[in-house]
Design a protein around this ligand. Structure first.
Ligand SMILES: O=C(O)CCC(=O)C(=O)O
Ligand SMILES: [Fe+2]
Length: 353
């Protein structure tokens, strides 16, 4: 049996040759290429399998990151022919842009696929199932009930506890802010048990599918070494970048606690790309997962030094725009000048490390 391809399919086959050095076949083989759907337009392995499993034994499903095509390989040519005849150009039961597959037979399928960079940067820890499903629901219920005071950013909604976050300088404001709710206490305790560290500033982010947060480093002169984030209700890829060429996508499941410290906190930026799905690495190969509404709770601790208000700035002869390092230097110089017994620094307000 000779297969006759339309002009459109000829275009796909020359693209395949150029892209992967794989030849289209004009007689049936065990290999089928789905020319118009792949990971880049959100086709998942599950959906691909759902279309083809009924036609025979699937040997391989090859999905390639960032490509709008994929491959399926059957054990027998007869199975592939059956699949081809039933699926090519016909409604396949999937929705939207995946509902019609355009197919060609191919001589071979791609053998090696570049692995995704999913390793954690140094200093990053992800603890899966940090809270139980019941605890997650409890917090989600609390957040949904108390969401009215939240403010809308361009790409997400936020709410703060402990200290108000100031997006003008990515620091904190010292005017009033709601205290950390007692409903969060069990999380704070679990964090304390693990890190011997207690946050005093909390930011809740609410992301709808398609929303994200730009790449950033949490202000190093306002918050101390640990930045923690607890994920609720949806899995997500967080992007870590360093030196413009290093980029790792770390998949964070709902109920996980992300702990950034050391290099991951100070040298890598983190962010969430605004999109509706994420590319992930699974045992079977790369795949896509769709996002739901996600809440995250970011836990930070304001460096003691920066909690001191204008008196200290005045004492040091600095204004509020003075960088933290300069403040610290001035403070040390001042300490040298002032005899401890006569110290103008009255309180325990300063903890310098
Ligand atoms: O949503 C997250 O997990 C991260 C939030 C974040 O980076 C931040 O609030 O600074
Ligand atoms: Fe952050």
């Amino acid at each position: 049996m000779a297969v006759i391809y339309t002009k459109k399919m000829e275009v796909y086959s020359s693209m395949l040759k150029k892209d992967m050095n794989i030849e289209a076949s004009y007689s049936p083989t065990t290999n089928i290429m789905v020319c118009n759907c792949g990971l880049v337009n959100g086709l998942s392995r599950k959906a691909l399998k759902q279309v083809f499993y009924q036609y025979g034994e699937i040997k391989y499903m090859i999905m390639i990151p960032h490509k709008s095509y994929c491959f399926i390989s059957f054990s027998e040519v007869e199975e592939a022919i059956r699949a081809f005849n039933n699926v090519n150009g016909k409604y396949n039961g999937l929705s939207d842009e995946h509902k019609i597959f355009n197919l060609i037979f191919t001589v071979s399928i791609p053998q090696t696929i570049k692995k995704l960079s999913t390793a954690c940067p140094n200093g990053l820890e992800v603890i899966e199932n940090f809270i139980t499903e019941k605890e997650e629901n409890f917090i989600l219920e609390y957040l949904n009930e108390h969401w009215s005071g939240s403010s809308s950013m361009k790409h997400r909604q936020v709410k703060h506890y402990g200290y108000e976050f100031d997006y003008d300088h990515n620091g904190v404001r010292y005017d009033t802010c709601e205290p950390i709710p007692k409903e969060f206490e069990f999380i704070l305790n679990a964090i304390y048990l693990r890190l011997k560290w207690r946050p005093d500033q909390i930011t809740i982010n609410k992301y709808l599918p398609g929303q994200g947060i730009p790449n950033h480093i949490d202000n190093i002169s306002v918050f101390d070494e640990y930045i923690l984030s607890l994920s609720l209700n949806s899995d997500i890829n967080m992007e870590f970048r360093k030196d413009s060429f290093k980029h790792n996508s770390v998949f964070i499941k709902a109920k996980s606690l992300l702990i950034m410290s050391g290099e991951s906190r100070y040298e890598w930026t983190h962010g969430i790309t605004p999109r509706k799905m994420d590319l992930i690495s699974t045992e079977d190969g790369p795949d896509v997962v769709y996002r739901g509404t996600r809440f995250s709770i970011t836990f930070r601790r304001v460096i003691e030094f920066t909690k001191v208000k204008k008196d200290l700035y005045e004492i040091l002869g600095c204004d509020k725009t003075t960088p933290f390092e300069t403040l610290k230097d001035n403070y040390k110089k001042l300490l040298l000048k002032v005899h401890p017994d006569k110290s103008v620094m009255s309180s325990s307000a300063l903890v310098l490390n």
